[in-house]
Design a binder for this molecule. Structure first.
Ligand code: SF4
Ligand code: SF4
Length: 164
């Protein structure tokens, strides 16, 4: 049976930190529309083969930024005051961003589903920032995210093979 993208990431990830940085350095030199367009296509291809419910790496390892609009939407659904929601679930990180106060995320369920999927923070919907033609705006993040997200790991390598 052939290895899945999730399995090959698990096997190679521990040794890949330097490689991720090198790939991003090479891709940075190719910044622009062509890279964003290709990244969008590669993103769709890679994520057609990865089921996020087998992974939940982002929800387990990276506290998402939560905006005021997120707080308003989510707290309303819970019937809570925004201030109550903030006190119970949020904190301010070392960069000054308001984020979920625990990792794994307090809304990650045991079956790896998100308890608030339909109303989840914007940052969760946008992760891992490799599609929607904004790949080149987030170059700094991609090397780091590749160690958390098997999708980013494979997207970087496929882009490098074509453009690096
Ligand atoms: S809110 Fe949902 S999607 Fe976002 S990190 Fe938490 S569990 Fe994951
Ligand atoms: S880390 Fe990547 S592959 Fe894993 S659940 Fe998050 S987006 Fe999906």
């Amino acid at each position: 049976m052939s290895e899945s993208l999730l399995q090959s990431w698990q096997r190679k990830n521990a040794q890949s930190t330097v490689e991720n940085r090198d790939i991003v350095k090479r891709l940075k030199r190719k910044k622009g529309k062509q890279l964003d367009q290709l990244a969008d296509e590669v993103h769709n291809e890679v994520f057609s083969k990865i089921d996020c419910l087998d992974c939940a790496g982002c929800c387990s390892g990276i506290p998402p930024i939560v905006t005021k609009a997120d707080v308003t939407r989510i707290s309303k659904t819970f019937g809570m005051k925004p201030a109550e929601f903030e006190a119970q679930y949020l904190t301010v990180d070392e960069d000054g961003d308001t984020v979920m106060n625990t990792t794994p995320c307090p809304f990650l369920l045991e079956d790896r589903k998100c308890m608030i999927y339909d109303i989840r923070p914007k940052a969760c919907r946008q992760f891992p920032h490799t599609n929607d033609l904004d790949f080149s705006k987030n170059m700094k993040l991609h090397a780091m995210n590749a160690t958390i997200c098997p999708g980013v790991f494979h997207i970087l390598r496929r882009l490098d093979a074509v453009m690096g």
